[in-house]
Design a binder for this molecule. Sequence first.
Ligand code: WTA
Length: 701
Amino acid sequence: MWLSRGCVKAATSSVGRRLSRAVAGGRRKSHAAAAAAAAVAVAAFMPEAAGFQGVRDRAGLHEFSVASKENFWAAVARRRLDWISPFRGVLDCDMERGKVSWFRGGQLNVSVNCLDRHARGSPEKVALIWERDEPGSEVKVTYRQLLEMTCRAGNLLRRHGVKRGDCVTIYMPPCPLAVASMLACARVGAAHNVVFAGFSAEALAERIRDARSSTVITVNESVRGGKVTRLKATVDQAVRSCPTVRQVFVVMRTDTPVAMTTADVAMEEEMMSEDVVCEPAAMDSEDVLFLLYTSGSTGKPKGLVHTQAGYLLYTALTHKYVFDYHDGDVFGCVADIGWITGHSYAVYGPLANGGTTVLFESTPVYPDPGRYWEMVERLKINQFYGAPTAIRLLLKYGDQWVRKYDRSSLRTLGSVGEPINTEAWEWYHSVVGDGRCPVVDTWWQTETGGICIAPRPSEPHAEIVPGMAMRPFFGIKPALMDGQGQVVTSDGASGALCLTQPWPGMARSIHNDHQRFVDTYFKTYPGYFFTGDGAHRSEDGYYQITGRLDDVINVSGHRIGTAEIEDVVNHCSAVAESAVIGCSHHIKGQGVYAFVVLKQDAQEADLASQINSSVSNKIAKYACPDHIQFVQRLPKTRSGKIMRRVLRKVVERDLDGLGDLSTLDDPAAVQEIIQGHRDLCAKQEKSSSSSSSSSSHDDGK
Ligand code: WTA
C-alpha cells in the first residue's frame, strides 16, 4: 500500500517524471532485450525464422507459416533440400480443380537428398537399422552402403529398361533392399508403388494393373512373427492377370529356393555386377515420386499420387519438428513400409534429415509382448512411433513387459492412425514413457503425405492434452464445417475437418482418375480440402479428431462419434479394447452396438451395466450401447486398423456384403464375431419375448 502510494506521488513530481521515463526506457530496453533473446531462441529452433519479419516466438512462426506460406516454404525448401536447378515459382494452386503444384521449375533428385549428401559427410553413419523378425539379429546399414545398394539397384533397373515415367510395384516386407528399391526408383526417375506385403494376390494384381507396372520387386518369402509367407508365390499368381508385367526381381529373404521363370531376375545376384555409381535423374518438382493405394469409403482402392520436392520437404520438416529429432538420434517408426506412415517416417523423412531409422519386420507380441521395449533398449531408440491398437494390445498384457526393459533412451512417443483413447494414452505416457516423454498424437492421412496436426512443435513444455492431436503444423490451417457447409468460427465446437490452404506434402491426384480426386476431396466444401474426418476444437483452440465422418452415428437425432463412446468403454477397467458402430434402431433411427474385448482374466458378469453407467455418466444416456457383444478379438487390417465396415455388415446381417477380407490380420475373427452376433440376437430375442410375456402379464395386472 505504502509503496504504491509512494510510486504515484513520485510519478507526479518532475523528479518522478524523469524517473518514470527512465523506468519506461529501461522497460523498453528490457523489452527489446527480451525480444532479441526470443528472436535468437526461435532462430535456434528454426534457422529460417531469422529471415521471417516479425517472428519472435514459435507461435509467431506458425502464424507466419500460414499467413506467408510461400515465403515460409520457399525459405525452408532452399535450406533443407539440395536442388539441381532452383525453383522459380513457389505455389500454383486452384483448390476447386484440385490442381496444386509447389516449387515449379525446380529440379532435384530425391535419392540424392536422402543419401548422397549425407554419405558425402558421414559415410559410416548408420542410415537403417533393420530390426529383423528374429530378435537380436538386427542389421545396420550405413549411408555409404545404402547409397551403393541404391545405385546398384538403380543401374539394374535401368539395364532392364525401367525409365523415367515408369511405375515399379514393390511387394516386400520392411528390409534394406525394399528401401534401396524405393530410392532406386527415385534415382532413375521411375515412380514406385509399394503394396503392403499382406495383401492377397488379387489385391496386388488390381494395384499392379491400375499402376500399369512393367516391373515388380519382391522377396522369396517374408518372415513375420515367426511365420513364413511365400510372397513370390503370391506375385506369381498375381502377375498371371497382369499383362503389363515384363519382369519380376526376386530378393532372397530366406534360404529357401523358389522356382524362377524366364521373367524373373535374381536381384541380389544381378546387383553384384552393377556399378556403385548411378547417375541421378534430374526430376521436376512435380514429377511423380510414388503411388500409394488406399481404400476409400466406396469403390476400388485409389492410387494417391505424391510428387517429389513438396512431399520430401514436408516429411523432412515434420519428422524433425514433431518428434524433436536431432542428429545422432535413433528413430523407431514401427509401421510397415506398405503404408504411408512407413513411407514418410520410416524412409523419406528420416533419410532426408540424415537420420538413423529403424525398419521393423516383426510384430508387437513376437516372441512375447516385450518385443518393442526390448528393441528400444537394445537399439537405444530415442523416438518411438506406433499405433494405438498395438498400445491397447500391450496394455492388456500388463506393465511387467514394459518395466523389464531400460527405456531411458526414449525422448518422444508418437501415435498414429486412429484416435488414441485416454486410457491407452495414459499408459503409453506413464508406463512406457515413465511420465517423462511427450506423447505426440499425430493426425494425418495417406492424402496429406505427412503429419498435419500434432501437439508438437510448440513452446517447450507447452501442455499436451491426452488423446488430442491439438496443434496444426507449420503451414496448416484447419477449418471445421457445419452441416450447412459454413465455417464454424467458435471454439468449443465440432465439424467436418477441412484444410483451408495447400501444403507441400499433399497428394496431387488419384492415379488415372483426377476427377475422383476432385470429387472426393474438393467438391464437398468448394475451395477446401475435405479430410473425411470429424473434429472438435476445444475452448483452447486445440483439435481433437472424432473419427471418420462415416463413423459418426445419429442416435435419436443426437450426433455421437463412435470413437467417443469407445474411449469411455475402453476406460472400464476390465476392457482391453472395443469397437462401436451404429446399427439401425426402430425408434431411435440408429442405435449403438459395441464389440468389446476383455482383458485377460476379466469376467463378463455385470460389465454391461458398468459400461452403460460409464457412458451415461461420461457422455449421455443416449450414447449407451444398445447391444454389447463380447468378443475374443476385433477384425483388424494387418496394419492394425479395426475394420468397422466388416462389423457393420455383420450387424446388418449382410454377410454377402462382407467384401474383401484378405487384408484382415486374422480372418477367423470374423467367423467368431458372426457366431457371437447370432448368439446375442437369440439371447436378446428370448429375453425380450419372456419380458414381453411378463410385461403383458404386468399390463394385465
Ligand atoms: C485416421 C494414416 C485420429 C483418420 C497416417 C484419418 C487418426 C485416417 C489419426 C487416415 C489420429 C490418422 N487420430 N484419427 N492421430 N491419425 N487417423 O490414410 O480417420 O492410413 O482420416 O493414414 O486415419 O488413415 P491413413
